[in-house]
Design a protein around this ligand. Structure first.
Ligand code: SF4
Length: 315
């Protein structure tokens, strides 16, 4: 094979996408492989981005980071979360639409870097909603990547891509993995000598309890920002997410940090150890103080109220 394809790999950081990247690097050389990582709003693991950058660097692969926690990408993501065209999984997770969204964004980068092919670590039948064979075809079509989307881990079970047909990618070096057993993936990880994170800390949209915090805010607020996204991940939520109580000293600090970072919300701190609260509006102050008292083991007699927007602090 003389001329080689140029590939853009979607690198989530899990085992499958790491293997997809290694397989491409193996057959195309690192000069023909680049990667893109999406920082997703509802990711459970906060240090994933760092790990992914480190992995790409270690293997000499150029990586693009797209942050979906703000700006237009967040807007687009919230749009699909509110109205997924292809339904949801077990909770609020709009997996099929989410994959299509990511691939459409990846396609824009692929065009810029003149990549012949977009590559993912998807495996037929590994996930019930988004990785069934017919859904893989649907995702390919809806993302506008027909013939240009390679899933190297399952490629032998799927029709050849344009790059394979043109001889730019050697189909014989691709895999034919299907199902949830990860035996072959673990063998490949050993072959490539790569480590990988355990699958814990996945997408929070798959957890019904987490989604209970998200739903009322989605319904009541037109504009969801990074501030809302960060708040979903902290504390106990009351009054449709207008009052949030820290569940630990660490979470109290997190609420303050978020309020300071976005210059939004009002922080209420009790004079004894106990939960701090963030409220979105002054009208919730009385209720928040009551809740703090209810959730505190000590007797609270006064509160500090901090408004990071203005730096004002009152009793
Ligand atoms: S689990 Fe979450 S991140 Fe993964 S495809 Fe589904 S919605 Fe997207």
């Amino acid at each position: 094979m003389e001329k080689k394809a140029k590939a853009l790999v979607l690198l989530s950081g899990g085992l499958d996408s790491r293997l997809a990247l290694m397989m491409m690097k193996d057959q195309l050389g690192k000069e023909n492989v680049e990667a893109v990582h999406f920082v997703l709003p509802f990711e459970g693991c906060s240090h994933r981005k760092k790990e992914v950058i480190q992995f790409a660097k270690q293997h000499g692969i150029k990586i693009y980071i797209l942050n979906c926690m703000e700006g237009q990408l967040l807007k687009e993501y919230i749009k699909i979360l509110r109205h997924p065209k292809f339904g949801r999984g077990t909770a609020l997770n709009p997996c099929i639409d989410c994959h299509i969204f990511l691939l459409k964004e990846a396609k824009k980068i692929a065009r810029k870097i003149k990549a012949d092919i977009v590559v993912t670590g998807e495996v037929i039948g590994e996930r019930p909603m988004s990785q069934r064979r017919n859904i893989l075809y649907l995702i390919e079509k809806e993302s506008g990547l027909k013939g240009k989307l390679l899933r190297p881990l399952s490629a032998k079970l799927l029709p050849p891509t344009d790059a394979e047909k043109k001889g730019l990618i050697d189909r014989n070096k691709l895999e034919g993995i299907a199902g949830r057993q990860r035996k072959r993936q673990i063998e490949l990880a050993e072959k490539y000598g790569i480590s990988y994170p355990n699958p814990a800390g996945g997408c929070l949209l798959c957890y019904p309890d987490f989604c209970k915090k998200v739903l009322p805010v989605l319904k009541s607020r037109k504009n969801i920002t990074g501030f809302d996204i960060e708040l979903f991940k902290v504390g106990r939520h009351f009054e449709n997410g207008n009052i949030i109580l820290g569940k630990s000293k660490e979470e109290n600090g997190k609420l303050e940090y978020i309020s300071k970072k976005y210059k939004k919300g009002i922080i209420i701190i009790p004079n004894q150890p106990g939960p701090a609260a963030l409220i979105r509006n002054w009208k919730y102050i009385r209720k928040a103080k009551e809740l703090i008292k209810n959730y505190s083991k000590r007797t609270i007699t006064s509160f500090d109220v901090v408004l990071y927007r203005t730096g004002k602090r009152t009793d």
